[in-house]
Design a protein. Structure first.
Length: 107
């Protein structure tokens, strides 16, 4: 098993955004099937091969996130909403805000 730190994030929200970017733009998966994990545990690859593969993936992840603005934590976020739930309801115009739940740093 091998792991590398690729970035430091202010909170879990930023981590999720970066994970999605690395998955989309770097092609690195966030999930591994349990069957693949079991197979890897049953017949582990040599440590040198794991380290080299991990280093290559970490380099890819760092490259992808190097293009992310440093102020990502202050960036406006877009949300997807189901406007169908508003059908038949009266909408009162005005300026409204609410707290967005934010997960603390994972590590």
């Amino acid at each position: 098993m091998a792991a590398s730190y690729v970035a430091r994030a202010a909170d879990g929200r930023v981590v999720r955004i970066l994970e999605d970017l690395v998955t989309r733009d770097g092609g690195l998966l966030q999930q591994v099937r349990s069957a693949a994990k079991a197979a890897a545990l049953a017949a582990p690859a040599p440590a040198s091969r794991l380290s080299a593969h991990n280093a290559a993936l970490a380099t890819t992840a760092r490259h992808v996130i190097s293009f992310v603005p440093a102020a990502l934590g202050d960036a406006d976020l877009e949300f997807v909403v189901d406007l169908g739930q508003l059908q038949g309801r009266t909408i009162e115009l005005g300026h409204y805000s609410s707290e967005v739940p934010v997960q603390d740093a994972l590590f």
